[in-house]
Design a protein around this ligand. Structure first.
Ligand code: GCW
Length: 674
């Protein structure tokens, strides 16, 4: 039913079992530290499911022993293992000979690396690879690999489409649901090492003693799996729970409140990760309420947690309807001037694009623009603008597209991935966060295929340059089985699914055309509100003469926020990629696309192409019934039918609406909107 995620450990084919069992016949005893204990237990559990229960034997006692080694223990001296290259969390897996016997070593400098290595080892068997001659070294390229839960304390999840919060605040700390262990296992299997438990639209209550105790119970459960807990900090907390009259970051009493609060938290959670803050955005309180800056606010909190080793994530997703600027420019305008002024333990967390998790956005102009600041990536795993949990949309290619974008900040090859992994600017405190899609649903993510989005996020946080097609292959094999008759079509269906959603929702650079507030389904007609910024009409700017948002010099000039070579290309119709066309340009309906189609005809065709793709996914999936258990197969089939109907809804509604401006017939062969 999907509860096991990608950690299914179902028996491998009998033909393959013998070879695996020979290599994984026994596990050597380990020191009884919390993490090594769970590492050994996971290995035993995985092997038992996949190839048969392993024995217990010392390395060298027989062939086929797996040796888990943390640090330069006597068991591995003399094997010449390059532990030095592994850092704090990396691992190696190597086939060696101990006392003349074939042995597999999974080694790391610290226990957590061993656990990561165990998950990797098991994944090799799950994905059908040989484990006979292993020589694997893997080190994470990003230091803080984070989930952000937008979970409220009443268990409602903002933008959550998979049930309630999995964090059961009512019963904590007295009862910790065993599911929390599975949550930790799943995250550790990807190398995720931090989780923000509560919503960025924060309540001060989360920092009161009862909630700190609840968070501590979770921290205790997650600790063996290398996962630190973080909390969001509502900026006005000093007033709400501290009895102060102000939250001014330069006020000594306010600073003292935060120091005392940090001390209190660290007394209960000694390895507390730190705070995540949304300030002065969408009505949240912040330092600007007192005429202070993001630097004043972030540094104050950084000084409070800094002595304990904590980190402050300060979000760059800021905009306000009182600000007349193009919303796409506000984050850059507010943060770029402060480059170099944030404390070393502050990470500025930037969404992948400048508006808001749209099906497609050009990379955020802050990437590459703040070389003296720790810049972290914020992706959204939960599909707020991508059909929630019922539309099958694999986000890998979308994440990859952003990470591979070239900022040109230091010449060619200055990719977003290199900003994020710190290599471009020599930054040590690096981070990638994903807004989680996890909830209380039995299948965790609301749909089987949304598990893949959690999975690919974790894999990219470990290595932002990893290829997301290969990741989709791994996920599919681990989740549904390694039969190529299933894997090939499923992966191909996944890989095109995001482009299909772009096509049927917002082709050619259109953005924010979703229904108002909930963001589900089409709403290109939405207008009004406190200011046009939150509405579709403002973003599409459709009229009888054309469509699109002019962000060149004749418009908002957002293109000037990019490095000159990048901005010039976006601004130039001969250079800009058509996928971003209407993001940057307002064009007449008869503008010629590369295909020779007019803009109107090309738009209509793209909406239709998206619908056809979903038809194709329905057909492909129907043919896969023999390879998937009935329950999961049925769930996916049902959702694909919903998606098919809604892709059509998107197409028809969008075309009907835009046709009132374009006043042109549909291209030949395109059915009239229903
Ligand atoms: O995408 C928007 C969402 C809000 C969210 C906000 C943010 C948590 O619609 O629900 O608030 O972004 O990222 O802060």
């Amino acid at each position: 039913d999907g509860y096991d995620l990608w950690l299914r450990y179902k028996p491998v084919a009998e033909s393959a079992r013998v070879a695996y069992a020979a290599r994984a016949a026994a596990i050597a005893p380990v020191a009884e530290t919390p993490t090594l204990t769970v590492a050994r237990a996971e290995l035993e559990r995985g092997l038992t499911g996949l190839v048969g229960q392993p024995a217990s034997a010392a390395a060298g006692a027989r062939d086929g022993v797996i040796l888990l080694a943390s640090g330069a223990t006597p068991a591995i001296t003399g094997l010449g293992l390059p532990l030095k290259t592994l850092g704090e969390e990396g691992y190696l897996i190597r086939t060696v000979t101990v006392g003349g016997k074939a042995t597999t070593v999974i080694a790391a400098n610290r226990d957590i690396g061993v656990l990561y290595g165990v998950f990797r080892y098991l994944s090799l068997i799950q994905t059908g690879q040989s484990v006979d001659k292993l020589d694997i070294v893997s080190v994470p390229k990003v230091k803080l690999r984070m989930l952000n839960h937008w979970d409220n304390l009443d268990r409602h999840v903002e933008r959550g489409y998979s049930g309630q919060s999995i964090f059961d605040w009512w019963r904590l700390p007295g009862h910790v649901d065993p599911r929390m262990v599975d949550y930790a296992r799943a995250n550790a299997s990807l190398g995720i090492n931090g989780t923000v438990l509560n919503n960025v639209n924060a309540k001060a209550d989360s920092l009161t003693a009862p909630f700190i105790a609840k968070a501590a119970a979770l921290a205790d459960t997650f600790r063996p799996y290398g996962i630190k807990v973080y909390l969001t900090a509502r900026f006005s907390s000093p007033m709400e729970i501290g009895g102060l009259k102000t939250a001014d970051p330069l006020d000594p009493a306010v600073r003292a409140f935060w120091k005392a609060k940090a001390d209190e938290i660290y007394k209960t959670i000694p390895d507390f990760g730190g705070f995540l803050v949304k300030a002065n955005s969408e009505g949240q309180p912040g330092p600007q309420d007192y005429g202070r800056t993001h630097v004043d606010g972030a540094n104050m909190l950084a000084d409070a947690v800094g002595p304990h080793g904590g980190v402050v994530f300060w979000r760059a997703f800021v905009y306000s309807h009182e600000q007349p600027e193009d919303r796409a420019k506000q984050g850059y305008n507010e943060f770029k001037p402060f480059d170099g002024q944030f404390r070393d333990n502050v990470v500025i967390q930037v969404k992948n694009g400048a508006i808001d998790f749209q099906p497609r956005e050009p990379f955020h102009p802050l990437f590459g623009a703040m070389p003296k600041t720790n810049l972290g990536m914020e992706f959204q795993i939960t599909k707020e603008y991508l059909g929630f949990s019922t539309h099958l949309v694999y986000l890998g290619p979308m994440f990859e597209e952003t990470l591979a974008s070239d900022t040109m900040a230091k010449g060619k090859g200055s990719t977003v991935a290199k900003v994020i992994d710190g290599s471009l600017d020599g930054r040590k405190l690096t981070a990638m966060a994903g807004v989680a899609n996890i909830g209380s649903d039995r299948n965790w993510s609301g749909s089987q295929f949304d598990q893949a989005n959690w999975y690919v996020f974790g894999r990219l946080a470990w290595d932002p340059e990893a290829g997301t097609q290969a990741i989709a292959q791994d996920w599919t094999r681990m989740t549904f089985g390694a039969d190529p008759r299933l894997v090939t079509p499923v992966v191909s269906m996944m890989m095109g699914s995001r482009e299909a959603a772009v096509d049927y929702m917002t082709p050619l650079g259109l953005h924010h055309q979703m229904g108002e507030g909930h963001h589900y389904g089409p709403g290109p007609w939405v207008s009004g509100g406190p200011r046009a910024d939150w509405t579709s009409v403002y973003y599409a700017k459709a009229s009888e003469t054309g469509i699109g948002f002019d962000r060149t010099a004749t418009g908002s000039n957002a293109t000037a926020q990019y490095a000159p070579a990048v901005g010039a290309c976006y601004a130039d119709l001969k250079c800009v990629d058509e996928k971003d066309l209407l993001w940057f340009h307002h064009l007449p309906w008869d503008y010629r696309l590369k295909s020779g189609d007019t803009l109107w005809d090309g738009m209509v065709k793209r909406y239709g192409r998206g619908v056809s793709y979903v038809d194709g996914m329905n057909r492909t999936w129907a043919g896969l019934a023999p390879y998937v258990d009935a329950r999961r197969h049925r769930e996916v089939s049902d959702y694909l039918k919903i998606q098919r109907a809604e892709a059509q809804w998107w197409r028809d509604a969008s075309i009907a609406w835009f046709q009132t401006f374009a006043k042109r017939p549909l291209p030949a062969g395109e059915p009239a909107p229903n």
